[in-house]
Design a protein around this ligand. Sequence first.
Ligand SMILES: [Zn+2]
Length: 385
Amino acid sequence: MSPDSAQQSNTPKIEPEEILEGILDWVEAESPTTDKDAVNKVADKVQGLYDGLGLAIERTPGRDGFGDIIRARTENASGEKGILVLCHIDTVHPIGVKDGALKIRREGDEVYGPGIYDMKAGAYLPYYAYRHLQRLGRKTSLPVTFLYVSEEEVGSPMSQEFIEEEARKAKYVLVTEPARDGGKVVVARKGVGRFTMTITGRPAHAGARYEDGRSAISELANQIKAIDALVDLERGVTTNVGIISGGTAVNVVARDVVAEIDLRVLTKADGEEMTAKILGLKAQNPDVTVEVTGGMNRPPMEATDASMKLFEHAKACAAEAGFELEATETTGGGSDGNFTAALGVPTLDGLGADGEGAHTLEEKIYFSSLEPRAKMWVRLLETLE
Ligand SMILES: [Zn+2]
């Protein structure tokens, strides 16, 4: 029997309007990663809700200008390995977009708002599902820890250690990042590397003393060609020089230039190889210095037998909820799921709401995805063992 087929009027039901109301309360509280106080306002809401369900709350103050980390735990007297539900409460959108370029609004099935898709809707769903189970008087088979981090959008530099600490205590990790193209979940993700290249040349007046100059910008042009040459689409390796800055005036041979480089790989081995190549880039002009720092920021999340089994289980839960759950081809995006998968813990990502436009001013969810996804969450939490 499906969990919600009970028809008595006093049996709690999953109400999509109520889910949306809860999500929008979190979306209204805009929370760019870099605004600690704003992020903490969402942390307050998360804490309040789980507190209301009687879970044990652990709130870890943020460091380095980031907001706080919330952990809410169900009872676990025996200390057995359980389910880690992994969420983030920060967004990439600056304060104020909800009143301007990304107004919070509903247009038919589409609900727009900053961070609604990535990932406030996803972060709210497991809370709602767990509350629903409680109201039905049912329990999860395994203990559950709900972890809400505050700086995922910049690579979780502060919370990585907490994520890994919790993952080591987990049998499964469920990540509430947005569902992909058509509601798909993610069983494999590329790893992400980040590098900074600093080039120092020799400045000179571009007219009077041109011969004395050694242009850092010209050197960078050559370096970019070398970096682009590392791309191997068939192997799933990409590099991207995404930000460059340098130079002081149009009539000055530039002394300084800085470039930021993004690397994506499918396997750990590729990550090591490409990292060595990028760190080993040498100046092509002997009078100029090139220095590269950085490394892998998130390891790849490779699909394993155990993670595929977890996917099959989620698929069965989705079927009970009335929809077919599919997995994407490997996605290029990284998430905190990469950290947990790297520890060998079966990890399923993309369990948030369906929608579109993460990190853009067209960010939205599909209202119609909330009810089936919430039902899937109820069954996932209840049946994983
Ligand atoms: Zn996200």
